[in-house]
Write a protein that binds this ligand. Structure first.
Ligand code: NAD
Length: 378
């Protein structure tokens, strides 16, 4: 049997790692970066955390700060215009999943023939070529995008999130520094934290899971699950932030190799149509989708419950798996995750959109990897 395993060439993980950005670029032979980030990172001066070490090494980086949450095809095209107008040899994606995905998609679009529109990358699209290498520096502990071979871009014409997969989206290097996450507010901390837990759990139960991806998924669950409540209540808790950040990256490696499943398949249309933050829509779906899927992979869900510390090592599968669902429900209550209705998405908003959303969820391919594969009606 042949196993495929993909991850960035270089991962630098730990407190203070961002100060070594110039060192990482030098090691890779890059010296003309375009930093891709969002307006908040500039207005809050957070971007200086990466600009300063570059400047100290004699590198004056240009900044493209127009990325938006759930990046759009139009932003990517604007970014590629900036890229083509300059003389850059790498991109630095600095921020949450949105700037990192923007940087990756810019590299992919820039490798396509001039005149290609971002929306021409159909769902799910394969892209193995990037015009420039991408170095990612995450500032949320969530998406794992710094270590995945995916980028997710919204097609603004069709209100559809396009999943683009392939080596073109896999960063060359990632600098993972939990000290960048102290400023993440509690709501985003909870949403991004549940996002990374979802990555680890979905990778672990995925039909494409391998022994290698399992190791990363289990380690991620062991790191993330005990810290979610702490990091929400105590934003300054360094131990909790460090565990969440490392867990998010490991979960990213896990699902980059094993895929995500039904939660993510359903979450993307919710994000595209109702602009729910990605981690929040995952959180809304996670307990119900887990309950729906449980009996199709009981031993796996039970093992996940044990890794998360909510079931004993010797506890039977049925009881352990049941505790997993209870824990996911409790987490949502304690981290104040609203139901869709509580968020303002009531029956009136769903009506008429359900068939489209079901089609979009299934088209992404992720639900096909779920232990129990639903049909559109389910
Ligand atoms: P985000 O990048 O959209 O950021 C959310 C908000 O948090 C923004 O306002 C941002 O400015 C702010 N923020 C970020 N870091 C901060 C910090 N350190 N302090 C204070 N505020 C900060 O959110 P996200 O959840 O990290 O990323 C979501 C995006 O990632 C979605 O587009 C989703 O589709 C994508 N995603 C990609 C992958 C992948 O493998 N490529 C996986 C999961 C999700």
């Amino acid at each position: 049997m042949i196993t495929r395993f993909q991850s960035p060439r270089l991962l630098l993980i730990g407190g203070g790692a961002v100060a070594r950005t110039a060192e990482v670029l030098a090691q890779l032979g890059f010296s003309r970066p375009l930093i891709v980030t969002d307006a908040f990172m500039v207005s809050s001066s957070m971007v200086d955390r990466v600009v300063a070490p570059l400047r100290a090494a004699g590198i004056e980086a240009t900044i493209f700060a127009d990325t938006v949450p759930d990046p759009t095809d139009t932003v990517i095209e604007a970014g590629v215009a900036v890229l083509r107008a300059g003389d850059y040899d790498c991109l630095i994606g600095f921020g949450g999943g949105s700037p990192m995905d923007t940087a990756k998609a810019m590299a992919i679009l820039a490798a396509a023939p001039p005149g290609t529109h971002m929306r021409e990358f159909k769902v799910p699209a394969q892209a193995n070529r990037g015009a420039l290498p991408v170095v990612c520096v995450p500032t949320t502990a969530g998406t794992g995008s710094e270590a995945t071979r995916f980028t997710i871009i919204t097609d603004t014409e069709r209100d559809e999130k396009m999943l683009i997969a392939g080596l073109g989206a896999l960063p060359t290097a990632a600098i993972v520094d939990y000290e960048l996450t102290f400023s993440v507010p509690p709501r985003t901390t909870a949403d991004t934290g549940i996002d990374s837990l979802t990555h680890a759990l979905e990778a672990f139960v995925s039909k494409l899971a391998t022994e290698e991806s399992d190791e990363y998924a289990l380690r991620a669950m062991r790191l993330i699950a005990p810290q979610l409540r702490t990091v929400y209540a105590e934003p300054g808790n360094a131990e909790a932030r460090a565990a969440m950040m490392k867990g998010a990256t490991l979960a990213g490696i896990a699902f980059s190799n094993a895929s995500v499943a039904l939660v993510h398949g359903m979450s993307r249309p919710m994000g595209a149509h109702f602009h729910v933050a990605h981690g929040l829509s995952n959180a809304m779906l996670l307990p119900a989708v887990t309950a729906f899927s449980l009996n199709a992979a009981l031993p796996r869900y039970a093992e996940a419950a044990r890794a998360m510390g909510v079931a004993g090592r010797d506890e039977g599968d049925q009881s352990a798996a049941a505790k997993l669902v209870e824990e996911l429900q409790a987490l949502n209550r304690e981290l104040a995750v609203p139901s869709p209705a509580g968020y303002g998405i009531g029956a009136a908003q769903w009506e008429g959109l359900v068939p489209t959303m079901a089609r979009q969820a299934l088209a992404s391919g992720s639900p096909g990897n779920n232990p129990r594969v639903p049909d559109a009606a389910e």
